[in-house]
Design a protein around this ligand. Structure first.
Ligand SMILES: *[C@@H]1O[C@H](CO)[C@@H](O)[C@H](O)[C@H]1NC(C)=O
Ligand SMILES: *[C@@H]1O[C@H](CO)[C@@H](O)[C@H](O)[C@H]1NC(C)=O
Ligand SMILES: *[C@@H]1O[C@H](CO)[C@@H](O)[C@H](O)[C@H]1NC(C)=O
Length: 380
């Protein structure tokens, strides 16, 4: 008797919630989920394309409620929205290129096998010349257009330039840094796009623009210590590899420290050319740096006033006046491993004390260290 009494209101609430959801879903067909697995936070957004109804109202958007999940696992102390789960329709228009499929989009779903014919790690024959004129990443040079076919540029509503980099690891997956996506709600992710085969971010000459249907970041990512700074995005629809768009190679899983120490490595991105710059460069920049022993990096970051612990899940790289900087985060640092010219991504751009400061290397999340984690979310 008691049970029946107490269940009744719950059922009523359930039916009310279900009808509200159904009503909302018919107006704005977007649904999202945020949950955790044993080793990751997962954010899924079913479809970001505004409905016909929403499109018609873009000029003067009515306060249409939407059901976007906030991220309860973020370290954000307060969410941007106080009225969860109902907020006004976003003042955001998807770029035309992602809502109008190009010819290759149509081919994408039917030609998975075609894609396997392109090897991973295609890129320039050797690391960028150290002697090229100082023009930026910090102290880098302009990349030859599309010479790094695995680089991805991440964009989000409200920002005119790429906010983070990433790398293609499969036709549907982009590897990036957890700190690029950790503070996002499902709404934020619904406004994200990934540019592939791009050189000029200002003109946006990307070959492909993709929406993000799922974000997975490491459950132990810590914004204070910068540990576990790894994330995998699912892009939709899948891409067909071409001369301008192809995957990077990944190293085997290993927690060995210093396996790449001493190697020349290429860094690339659309980030700032100087730590005090406010405007990023138009075009993709590249530079060559050297991977340094972890012990040296630990010493650098142990100094008073900085005191950041460098661990075995990170690697560091530096060169006089050359470094990754704000906006390069999430992008790859690559080496030519073994005797091949193929480029293997050894790290994910994570953080640094300023940019290209003498005595402070750039710090990267080690891909070999996180390879098993990456595999899990690359394959499922
Ligand atoms: C998420 O969206 C809200 C609302 O538009 C915005 O204020 C906030 O800056 C966005 N967050 C990120 C990380 O872009
Ligand atoms: C990039 O594109 C913008 C806009 O189309 C253009 O003004 C600019 O000159 C281009 N930059 C370079 C370096 O080509
Ligand atoms: C950036 O600005 C800070 C503070 O003004 C200054 O100390 C630093 O030297 C500047 N860095 C560069 C590369 O100009």
């Amino acid at each position: 008797m008691k049970m029946r009494m107490s269940r009744l209101p719950h059922l009523a609430i359930f039916f009310f919630a279900a009808s509200v959801h159904l009503l909302l879903f018919s107006i704005c067909p977007v649904s999202s989920r945020i949950y955790r697995t044993n080793d990751a936070v997962v954010i899924e957004v079913d479809d970001v394309r505004p409905s016909t109804f929403a499109n018609r109202n873009f000029a003067n958007p009515a306060p249409i409620p939407m059901m976007y999940a906030v991220n309860p696992y973020t370290i954000l102390l307060s969410q941007p929205y106080s009225n969860f789960p109902f907020w006004p329709y976003p003042l955001y228009q998807q770029p035309a290129s992602s809502s109008v499929p190009d010819v290759e989009d149509v081919a994408a779903t039917s030609s998975e096998s075609k894609q396997q014919k392109i090897n991973c790690g295609v890129g320039p024959p050797s690391p960028p010349q150290r002697s090229l004129p100082v023009a930026a990443i910090v102290g880098g040079s302009e990349a030859i257009p599309n010479s790094w076919p695995f680089i991805a540029g991440l964009r989000i509503a409200g920002r005119s330039s790429v906010f983070c980099g990433g790398s293609i690891i499969s036709p549907t997956r982009i590897l990036t840094a957890a700190h690029c996506v950790e503070k996002m709600s499902a709404f934020n992710i619904s406004t994200m796009t990934v540019n592939l085969g791009m050189h000029n971010q200002t003109g946006n000459d990307a070959d492909h623009t993709r929406r993000v249907s799922r974000v997975v970041y490491h459950i132990a990512y810590n914004a204070n210590t910068n540990q576990n700074d790894v994330a995998v995005l699912t892009i939709d629809p899948p891409i067909v590899y071409s001369a301008a768009v192809s995957p990077v190679c990944l190293p085997r899983a290993s927690s060995a420290v210093d396996q790449f120490a001493g190697k020349d490595a290429a860094i690339m991105g659309w980030g700032r050319e100087n730590e005090n710059d406010t405007i990023p460069p138009d075009v993709l920049k590249q530079a060559t740096v050297q991977i340094i022993p972890n012990a040296d990096c630990k010493t650098q970051y142990a100094v008073g006033g900085v005191e950041m612990e460098i661990t075995n899940q990170q690697l560091c790289a530096s060169a006089d006046g050359r470094d990754t900087c704000q906006g390069d985060s999430g992008g790859p640092i690559v080496v030519q491993a073994g005797s091949t010219t193929a480029w293997t991504q050894v790290g994910i751009t994570s953080f640094g004390n300023g940019c290209a400061k003498p005595n402070f290397a750039g710090v990267y999340a080690s891909v070999a260290f996180f390879r098993n984690w990456i595999n899990t979310y690359m394959n499922s």
